[in-house]
Design a protein around this ligand. Structure first.
Ligand SMILES: Nc1ncnc2c1ncn2[C@@H]1O[C@H](COP(=O)(O)OP(=O)(O)O)[C@@H](O)[C@H]1O
Ligand SMILES: [Mg+2]
Length: 223
């Protein structure tokens, strides 16, 4: 694959913008902006909870949750939480973690939970002999105390059916699995037309408390 294309595929921001060009897919992409203090202020007042993450990142590293609680701001990174009474204090703390790297701000999704722990889903879609096939669809339950579900951060794997049944309802299992497959098909067609040569995709899907399916990110070289 061309170097320019593989560089672009490392960027969660560019992949998000590519996916937003399709209105069907766009309904499943959490609103996102590049990190600036102004954008953060706007996003927090609009959504109440946001996730701030590196534009080029993986493994849940550097993923930070920010919530507005009354007039204060609560920041969660790994299993630590800190509360700031001023927006400036919050920005100083985020800048210390960011260290000039590009971050994006994403609407925080209230993921459905099992025993208080959020769960999301990884769908692996792979191209071989010119054909795309599903390699797996699994649920990943966050380690107690964390909001990120990444397996390398101690997340627990289970079947997608088990995850949907235990976090939402057994009635939703087939419909939500179907929705994730349909979104995967559509998003892959779009990404392949933009970035010819992609052959290995890992979709991270969140399902919120109301059952809405969200694409949290698309990995172009999933582990
Ligand atoms: N917008 C969001 N709302 C709620 N949780 C999120 C959001 N974005 C990410 N997360 C949580 O953080 C984890 C890691 O974020 P992700 O975007 O997949 O980055 P990484 O490349 O580090 O895996 C996700 O699997 C999910 O558990
Ligand atoms: Mg991920």
């Amino acid at each position: 694959m061309e170097v320019t294309i593989s560089r672009q595929l490392a960027s969660k921001w560019l992949k998000t913008n590519a996916l937003l060009t399709n209105p069907y897919i766009a309904r499943h992409i959490p609103s996102s902006r590049l990190f600036t203090p102004t954008n953060l202020r706007v996003m927090i007042s609009r959504f109440g909870m946001v996730v701030v993450k590196p534009v080029c990142g993986a493994g849940g590293i550097g993923v930070i949750k920010v919530e507005k609680i009354g007039r204060a701001y609560k920041l969660t990174h790994k299993s630590n939480t800190r509360t700031f009474s001023s927006f400036d204090g919050l920005i100083r703390a985020l800048n210390a973690t960011r260290r000039k790297r590009a971050y994006l701000i994403q609407r925080g999704i209230h993921l459905a939970r099992i025993g208080g722990r959020p769960i999301d889903y990884r769908v692996k879609y792979v191209k071989g002999n010119g054909m795309w096939t599903y390699r797996s669809m699994v649920g990943r339950l966050a380690k107690p105390g964390l909001f990120v579900t990444n397996l390398c951060r101690g997340g627990t794997q289970m079947t997608a059916a088990q995850g949907i049944r235990r976090s939402l309802s057994s009635k939703l299992v087939s419909a939500k699995k179907r929705e994730m497959r349909q979104l995967t098909n559509a998003a892959t067609t779009l990404l392949e037309s933009r970035y010819p040569g992609v052959g290995h995709l890992g979709y991270d899907y969140g399902i919120d408390r109301n059952g809405h399916v969200w694409i949290l990110e698309v990995n172009t070289r999933p582990q």
